[in-house]
Design a protein around this ligand. Structure first.
Ligand code: AMP
Ligand code: MG
Length: 276
């Protein structure tokens, strides 16, 4: 199966047009579109990964632009799994993953974009953000970690920041991994049942479920205010991990293919080189 064999253009289908209203209750987290079963999705991913590797190599050798992938989701939404399955097979030499945690004292002493800007990939690299500057309009908004007067101005500041990056050859893709509240509970239960996942169990995660609706409202606002032509948001149905992986890999493939990247020519006259 190639990109052409997938009957839909995932990039178009899941992309939020600028200023489009977002009501997450209308987005089915269990949607699998034309990929009806796990086998089909896994086969597609298997064929996509070598193509992504080749395109990553071109990106690296071309050294013209950076790619920034932003991952946001509710807890257990699958950010780590996406990185492992979709980005894991890429060449680590051209990849950089940054996980954004509760800001440190030093980070808090700066503007909220300071730590983000430092982690933006350089030309030739693919940068992956596991959480991002969007936490500053998500958890911060839901828990009043900053007054409304502060966080409400951040949407515009984020758009300006992303516009600046895009104008400096950083190609931005933002994925919101959409899971249902029930699916989150199933995943938390699985963590409790599997000793290999105990390290992930955090009692706070259960308490956070009380704020689910507030998070949905905060996500809706971020998705509709900050999906732009230069830094689009994609809403990925993520209850089915296999669909999530296949969909994100397709969107990444469609995006990298659209760059029409060429290997750079030799910087010397190859015909004059004496191979001896
Ligand atoms: P985890 O990704 O599970 O390791 O958790 C990281 C935690 O850091 C999450 O609870 C995030 O909400 C929190 N976090 C990330 N960025 C911020 C931020 N800017 N302000 C407050 N909390 C944050
Ligand atoms: Mg967590």
């Amino acid at each position: 199966m190639t990109v052409k064999e997938v009957s839909m253009n995932y990039r178009k289908h899941f992309c939020i047009e600028p200023h489009r209203k977002v009501d997450l209750s209308k987005w089915d987290p269990a949607d699998t579109l034309d990929l009806k079963d796990k086998q089909k999705a896994k086969a597609l991913l298997k064929k996509t990964l070598p193509k992504l590797s080749d395109l990553q190599y071109r990106l690296y050798t071309e050294n013209k632009r950076a790619v920034l992938i932003v991952l946001q989701a509710m807890d257990a939404g699958g950010k780590d799994g996406t990185i492992r399955h979709v980005m894991g097979p890429l060449n680590p030499q051209g990849c950089r993953v940054t996980s954004f945690k509760v800001p440190t004292e030093e980070e808090r002493a700066h503007d909220f974009l300071w730590r983000i800007h430092k982690a933006v990939p350089r030309r030739g690299e693919i940068g992956i953000f596991n959480r991002s500057h969007y936490e500053d309009v998500l958890v911060v908004r839901v828990h009043n970690l900053a007054p409304k007067k502060i966080w409400s101005k951040r949407y515009k500041q984020i758009n300006n920041f992303e516009k600046h990056l895009a104008a400096n050859d950083v190609h931005i893709l933002k994925f919101y991994l959409h899971i249902s509240k029930d699916e989150q509970l199933e995943r938390f239960k699985a963590r409790i049942e599997d000793p290999r996942k105990h390290w992930k169990v955090n009692p706070q995660d259960f308490a956070e479920r009380k704020y689910w609706d507030d998070y949905m409202t905060a996500f809706e606002q971020a998705l509709e205010t900050c999906s732009t032509s230069y830094a689009p948001w994609y809403i990925i149905p993520a209850n089915k991990k296999w669909f999530r992986n296949a969909a994100i890999s397709q969107i990444l493939l469609e995006t990298l293919e659209s760059f029409d990247m060429k290997y750079p020519p030799a910087s010397c006259d190859i015909s004059k080189i004496k191979v001896e």
